[in-house]
Write a protein that binds this ligand. Structure first.
Ligand SMILES: Nc1ncnc2c1ncn2[C@@H]1O[C@H](COP(=O)(O)OP(=O)(O)OP(=O)(O)O)[C@@H](O)[C@H]1O
Ligand SMILES: [Mg+2]
Length: 270
């Protein structure tokens, strides 16, 4: 569980570009749940994701992951935490345009001295599952916006993180691809992953897998809608992709989980 207590974030405090992006935020994100953060442009969604994912520090207030208070941890420990427990899908992707799709997806594991053969196989399988498998050797700069978004998602998932933070993950996806993303979320939820998604896409906000919606305005939480009971019914119903072991069978992208094989990505082929 991630919890925030009286968290505020001010950029450039006391300087000309001073901006109070978040103030007095109290929020709990239970394990294994999907939280959507909704709010108008500039309301603080990206700032909140950055704090939740230990990418930046609050100006005041406390952030805990379980019993661990992360707000005061030194940077090397925070960096370790980010790498080990979080997967990030950035609003602007933050891919390296000049290198290949496959290299981008593998970036989080290069730094680890990981077993690269296994990691490469997983990266290729993730890309295939997301419908961009045939782009693995292409430079990222040649890809469309929606393709880049899925490559960024593959990179976020390469280490099978405990927490997935996704900033406007469907902004470049059409309806079919958005449903594919939502199936993937539902599948990750079955594996008890915790997901926090900044979005104003109605398809995302109305998705069965969503447990709570946090409404932000001018840096303040103005409402929290809990949908826990609705999503319990949904786990066995709609969705069902797992984000587990990835494979491609019979020309259909599938994900393997606990012995069952279910479609994970219903969107069109890239
Ligand atoms: N690095 C920064 N330095 C100064 N101000 C910043 C910085 N990052 C964000 N802000 C400001 O903080 C406020 C919240 O920005 P944030 O990016 O969190 O909003 P958002 O809800 O994600 O918006 P959008 O929907 O457009 O992505 C905005 O007023 C923005 O201009
Ligand atoms: Mg944003």
């Amino acid at each position: 569980m991630i919890s925030l207590t009286a968290v505020s974030k001010t950029y450039n405090a006391g300087e000309p570009g001073c901006c109070r992006a978040l103030h007095d935020v109290d929020l709990t994100l239970p394990d294994g749940q999907v939280t959507v953060i909704q709010g108008p442009s500039g309301s603080g969604k990206t700032t909140l994701l950055g704090l939740l994912g230990a990418m930046s520090r609050p100006t005041t207030g406390r952030i805990r992951i379980g019993d661990l208070e992360i707000s005061g941890l030194p940077e090397p420990l925070l960096a370790g935490l980010r790498g080990e427990r979080f997967g990030f899908l950035f609003q602007d992707f933050q891919l390296i345009e000049s290198v290949s799709v496959l290299t981008n997806v593998l970036l989080p594991v290069y730094v680890l001295n990981h077993r690269m053969r296994e990691a490469t196989a997983r990266a290729r399988a993730l890309l295939a599952s997301l419908g961009v498998g045939q782009k693995a050797g292409q430079a990222v700069r040649n890809l469309s916006g929606g393709e880049k978004q899925r490559v960024a998602l593959a990179r976020a998932l390469i280490r099978d993180p405990e927490f997935l933070l996704a900033d406007e993950p469907t902004a470049h996806l059409d309806t079919a691809l958005t449903h594919g993303f939502l199936d993937l979320l539902a599948g990750l939820k079955l594996r008890n992953k915790t997901m926090i998604v900044a979005s104003h896409d109605p398809l995302v906000c109305d998705a069965d897998a969503v447990d709570q919606i946090v409404y932000l305005r001018d840096g303040t939480i103005v409402g929290i809608e809990s949908r826990a009971s609705a999503s319990e019914g949904a786990v066995g119903g709609r969705g069902g992709g797992t984000g587990g072991e990835w494979s491609e069978r019979n020309g259909r992208r599938t994900a393997m989980h606990g012995g069952s094989t279910v479609p994970v990505w219903k969107g069109g082929e890239a």
